[in-house]
Every structure is written in structure tokens, then in C-alpha cells.
Design a protein around this ligand. Sequence first.
Ligand code: ATP
Length: 638
Amino acid sequence: MNPYWIYGIIIAVFISIQLFSGGFGDSTGTETTPNEFFTYLRQGDVKKVEIVNNREANVYLTDEAEEQTIHKKSKPNSILPSVSPAPNYKFEFGDLTLFQEEIAKIKAEQNIDVPVSFKTEHNVWGDFLLTLLPFVLIIGVWIFIMRRMSSGGGGGAGGQIFNIGKSKAKLFDEKSDTKTSFKDVAGLEGAKEEVQEIVDFLKFPEKYTSLGGKIPKGALLVGPPGTGKTLLAKAVAGEAKVPFFSLSGSDFVEMFVGVGASRVRDLFKQAKEKSPSIIFIDEIDAIGRARGKNNFSGSNDERENTLNQLLTEMDGFGTNTNVIVLAATNRADVLDSALMRAGRFDRQIYVDLPDVRERKEIFEVHLRPLKKEETLDIDFLAKQTPGFSGADIANVCNEAALIAARKGKKAVNKQDFLDAVDRIVGGLEKKNKIITPDEKRAVAFHEAGHATVSWMLEHAAPLVKVTIVPRGRSLGAAWYLPEERLIVRPEQMLDEMCAALGGRAAEKVIFDEISTGALSDLEKVTKQARAMVTVYGLSEKVGNLTYYDSSGQSEYGFTKPYSEQTAELIDKEISDIIEKQYQRAIELLKNNKDKLTELAEVLLEKEVIFKDNLEKIFGKRAFEKSESMSEIIKEEEE
Ligand code: ATP
């Protein structure tokens, strides 16, 4: 439907009001002016005057006057002369009182009697249209809003009011959209293979169906943020050579009831028409959350309807042929179990944070467009970025290029990358932050305490550098390179806790007082200790049990799943573990007080120190692991 006709109607109503408000029942008298009228009145030509709506005067002439040549043109030409004779003249007089006074004056002067009557004329059509006007305006505004909403961001909705229930999916266009290929996706070997196979299912279904197999209906990409789920889907779009519809879970959501379900229906209808095809729903948790058992408020009904429709479309009576649904989420735990069952999302593909080898490959992809120094060691970069996601690595590369550009360099070098990592992990460097010398000394000993303890302990993560330059919200930091472990043993956890408490322990040993500077250390340690006791079952006194619920739908609600005695025991265990490690750190630092002081002095002087400085003071670390990439890979493979 063309929306312009709506505007047409509104304009027509306005014009009609203007026209009709002039007065439909108006007489056909000739227009004249008040002065002319006064002249006619003086001459005795006027039979009567009729004042209409206190605004206009209708003038009726005497029969003799009508015959005069000057009034010939004014001879009334009434439509219904016998019912209501039409006036000869009409005019607007302005102020009524003045007008009446003038008439009275002339009548007295001339000694004539001309009756003046009053009349109110109702403009039926004008009134009717005026009553209609607010409604027309409201409808117009409503239509305008609807149009804006249905056109907002929707590819298929095309700015039309009745398209609100149409799907907003964007159809990937090979010619105009930038193409991503599997080459742009680094690492993720298993996940890549699985999605590539999905593309294969669509292209050569017989290969699989001839052996009696069924083509999967959907695959769910699950993993932490920034690990490349959307990127994988984009690569499928670029390489599948079948129609690819992409949209986000929130595209189904609208403020009107029933719209979500109708959009799902429309999406699958479009996909079926173009089958074989792929639908990609990003952030599916927006609609796929578990349906509530006791939803009293009814507020989630719309989302549940949308989900129900999705469940039916994916595996219901009207089963789709050759339409595969890919979806991505980082909250698989909150998804409805009906959505996750085989037959809907047959495959769940875990896209994990990259390991050191994958990080190297991701670096290679993102370093491609950069002008970097020939000697740049990518292995080193990969090792320096444990726990980074693909998105973080892309960000490091970009940030490094920006840092190099700021310094006016011709190529990006290792230091720029290290600065970029610091910037991303620690936040912006705050060189101008005002710190008193005493505070600075406390920070230096605190950080030196961390460094010393971690250097002495076998399982603590190896240190990279220590800094007392304020960054983000911290006043100083010790940077470690944690081992990428899949299984963690209690002694490793305890060593890490001891190193984390090394900061506060150093303050106690050197100044014999403690400060608030250890907040983040204490938070980390407390969480770790609690996890040891209540999650991993690593406490002897509490025993081999866990209070962790992986389904996230604890049947205990807000109550504790254990008794008061156990609660006390847990609290005691947590505090015992932490206290023991604190005393251990204090002992270590007391025994190495001179080295700790030496390190803190160097730190105060240089502000940033590296592993080499520590080696000079402490000697080579006894438990150092292999450094080179090839050795790491060899170790991993063993
Ligand atoms: P979210 O769950 O937050 O939506 P995501 O897993 O969908 O995150 P993407 O949007 O795919 O993350 O990744 C963000 C960016 O990170 C990509 O555009 C890409 O530049 C980079 N990236 C992530 N993983 C990889 C990878 N394996 N190879 C190359 N680049 C990657």
C-alpha cells in the first residue's frame, strides 16, 4: 500500500475545512465595503440588514433600489428564492459595536427605519470535519510511527506499515557484501570443520542421504565473547553459495504482541522458498531463554510465543527441508532445553578461547594488513597474550598500529605491541596521577612482594614484569604469564594464592602495617578459596562434594543448599586456607627481606622492571619452563 494516499487524505481534510468553514449555507450577495454600505443606507436604498455570526453583514435592498443601475449587478441570484431570499450585498464589518453605532447614527440623521436582525449560521460540514480533525491527526501520527518502526534497520521490511510482522533477516548478497572466507578465520580447527561440513550437506545432500543419514537441522555455536562465532558464520555466508539469511535474536522482538512469532514464520517461509538455504541467528539467547515455569506477570509471553514458533519451525509438523539454522550465543546455559535437543540444534559447536598456537595464527591474520618490522617475533606475541580472545588480539594489533603512528614510526615494532597489551589489560597509563612519596614506596614494596613470592614458589605463574606506573584504577601491577592448564592441582592454586597475598605480606614485613591497597588481591584469593571448598571439593574437612549447579537453575532458589553447620565449616575452611597462605608469604619474605628491599629500591628508581632485573637479584629461577614456541608445542603434544 502506498503511504502517500494517507498524507493525501489529511491534506484534503484540511482543504475542505478551509473551504467549508467559509460557510456552505452562505448567501450569494456581492462583496462590498462598509463605507459603500453606509452610502447606500444614507440614500435610503437599504431594506434590512442581517448580522451573521457577529462578523458579517448581509444587506437587502428595497425593490426600487434594486432597479437602479448601480445595484443591477447585485441582483440576488438565489438558489431557492422562495424559501430564503438572498441578500444583495455582504461584507465583514470588523467591530460590531462601532458598526451598530454608525448605523444608528445614520438612521437618526436620515430619519429612516431600517431593521437590523441577528442570525447565527451553522456550518454543518465544517463542524463535522473539525470534529474529525483530531482523529485524522492521531491516525496520521500513529501511521507515521508504525512506518518508522517497520522500516528501522529492517532489510525486508522496506518502510511499509503492514510489514511489521515480516522478518528482518538480511539476505547475504555475494556481489555487494564484503566476503569473508574460511581463510580469515584462524585456529578453531574443529569448529571450522563442522561448519564446513554443514555447507557440504547443503551442496551435496545425496552424499549423506544415500547412506540413510539425515541432514542436521541446526548447529549452535557456543563460546565466550569475541572468539569468532559471528566470524565463522560470515565465512559460511561467503563460501556456502546458497542463500544466507542473517539476523539477531533481538530482531524478533517488538512492542506488539504476536509480531515475534509472525516474523519467525515469515523468516522460515522465505528460507524455504529459496531452499537449500541457511539461516543465521546471532545472540539467540535474546529469544531462546528457558521458558519460565511460574510466570505470573505474563510479561514474557511474547518472547515465549516467539520461541514456541521457532521450536515448531525447526522441528514440527511442517518440517523444513534443506534449511539449516546456525545460531550463536555465549549463554548456552540459559537456553531452553527444548531448543537444544537433537532434532533442532543437532550439533553444538564449542568455540573456545584460543590456545598459544591458535593465537599465533590469529595474530598472523590480523598482522597481514599492518606495516610491521621484519624481525617481529609472532611466537613471542602469542605467548604474551594468554586468555586473549580473537577479538582482543585484533584489538591489540590495531592498538599497536595506532601507538606506532602516534610515535611517528614507519613500522610497528615489538614494543608497540607490548604497550598495546598493557593498555588493553591495565587501562590507560596515568603518569600525572598525584601520589605521595610514602604511597609510592608502599606500592613499590607491595609489588616487589608479589614478585618475590611468585619467584620463590614452584607453581606460581612466571613473572613478566613489575610496574609502579599507575594504570586504569590500579597504582601498580605485577604481570604474570600464566600457564594454560586444563587441570589445576591444589598445590598450584595454593601457590598462586600465596603469591597474590605477597603484596600485603610485604607491607606487613617492611612497615609492620597493612593498607587498603590489597583489595583486588583479597577479592581474587577469597573467590579462589571459596571455589576450592564449595566448587571443586578440594577441602578435606568439607569433603568431596560440590555445591555448583551447572544447569544454572538451582532447585534451592535463594536458600543455601547446605546446613548452618556446614556453612560455618565452609567459612572456617576458607579463612584457614587464606590465613595459611598469608603466613607462608610472610615467612618467605622475612627470610628474603634484603632481596625484597633491593628489588623495591630498583623498582622505585626504574618504575618498570622485567624478568632480567629479578634474575640479577635472585639468580635464575629454579622451576623455569621452556621458553621457545617449538618447545612449548612439543611439550603440549607430549
Ligand atoms: P560475541 O559472542 O560477543 O558476539 P563472537 O564470538 O561472535 O563474539 P566475533 O564477532 O566473531 O566474536 O569476533 C570479533 C572479531 O574478533 C572478529 O571480527 C575478528 O576480527 C576477531 N576474531 C575473533 N576470532 C577470530 C579468529 N579465530 N580468527 C581471526 N579473527 C578473529
